[in-house]
Design a protein around this ligand. Structure first.
Ligand SMILES: Cc1cc2nc3c(=O)[nH]c(=O)nc-3n(C[C@H](O)[C@H](O)[C@H](O)COP(=O)(O)O)c2cc1C
Length: 333
């Protein structure tokens, strides 16, 4: 009771969810998450490029047989490098949902409003409790406006809402000029949850080989404040549930997420670092903390420090920036 929360219309025994990660690849590892006590699990994503390659033999309208795009296509992982093709993904999801009792959230990851979206109903039919869509675009075209990028995102939400009945979570980027406005539009388009934020893996420069290379670093809680700020600003202003993903590394991080208004807290790096049993540390610490503060449930803590309810909303605004700069003392002469 103490930790019960509602996320995407589902009652969860506590707010800690295992986010999309390689734990989703195998039924056994999903079962380990369930046995450890995670409230729900998000499967790893099925990527737009996988679907469009299988359905149309192309990636973003580029055919691998077209020499103009050969280099670009070459950079994507090969179909055989993905653990599951689109139909295997749906079959895997079906097997997982039959085998575990916790809600299993399917995940699609893409950047266009094209035919790959019609795969969403297969995720629903496979038994997913909900669908999370990770929308990740790098807009390199200087002629493409912010308004166009936002419209595509919002229309994608409408498209998917028209295709499935299961709840829809949208995993968002923080890189919008007016994020609160974009979040409100996504909310109004029918998203049932906003997941803050997608974590962007930046390309690394290898100075030895002079190549641009991909490199994955697990997160630290240095990434959390950006999420806390925007959850705090959106709390009470959108109908959608709020989830935080990115930089929740310790029990205190989880408590902060609740205080700013998160309904659910997704974790990946901490699970990869400490193993699935880390959820017990998160839960018991949250329980103890509520107890110390004489709170009977997390409902009493949730959103206490949101932009709307905190005594000092300016702490989330520009004033915080100036105050923070001024908090640094004068260096010794
Ligand atoms: C190895 C690895 C694989 C991931 N795969 C996916 C994925 O398939 N889809 C997705 O939306 N996010 C994926 N993520 C991102 C996580 O779901 C999560 O949003 C991100 O790691 C931030 O959370 P954290 O700080 O708790 O790690 C992956 C992360 C890692 C480390």
């Amino acid at each position: 009771m103490l930790l019960e929360t509602s996320y995407l219309g589902m009652r969860l025994p506590h707010p800690f969810i295992a986010g999309a990660s390689p734990f989703g690849y195998h039924l056994d590892t999903v079962k380990r998450l369930e046995d450890a006590g995670w409230a729900a699990v998000v499967l790893h994503s099925l990527f737009e490029e996988q679907v469009s390659m299988v359905r149309e033999g192309r990636i973003a309208h580029m055919s691998p047989d077209d020499q103009r795009f050969a280099e670009m296509i070459e950079y994507f992982p090969k179909q055989s490098d993905f653990r599951y093709g689109p139909h295997e993904y749906a079959e895997h999801l079906y097997r997982v949902t039959r085998a575990v009792k916790i809600p299993v959230i399917g995940s699609l990851n893409g950047h266009t409003r094209e035919s790959w979206l019609t795969f969403a109903p297969l995720i629903e039919q496979a038994g997913a409790a909900a669908l999370e869509v990770n929308w990740y675009e790098v807009n390199t075209d200087a002629r493409a406006s912010a308004a166009y990028a936002e419209e595509e995102l919002v229309e994608m939400v409408r498209d998917i809402k028209g295709l499935v009945k299961i709840p829809l979570a949208v995993k968002l980027s923080p890189f919008f000029t007016a994020f609160a406005n974009v979040a409100s539009q996504v909310d109004e388009a029918g998203a049932d949850a906003l997941v803050l934020f997608n974590r962007f893996y930046q390309p690394e420069i290898d100075v030895t080989t002079m190549q641009v290379v991909p490199r994955l670093h697990l997160s630290t809680n240095a990434e959390l404040p950006l999420r806390l700020r925007w959850a705090a600003i959106l709390c009470g202003r959108v109908n959608a549930s709020l989830a935080i993903t990115g930089g929740v590394a310790t029990p205190h991080d989880g408590i902060k997420a609740i205080l700013v208004g998160a309904d659910a807290v997704q974790m990946v790096s901490a699970v990869l670092n400490h193993g699935p049993s880390y959820v017990t540390v998160m839960r018991t610490s949250l329980e103890q903390w509520l107890d110390w503060h004489n709170m009977a449930s997390i409902a009493e803590a949730r959103g206490r420090l949101s932009h709307r309810t905190t005594e000092n909303p300016a702490a989330y605004e520009r004033a915080n920036y100036i105050r923070t700069l001024h908090s640094w003392g004068v260096p010794a002469a």
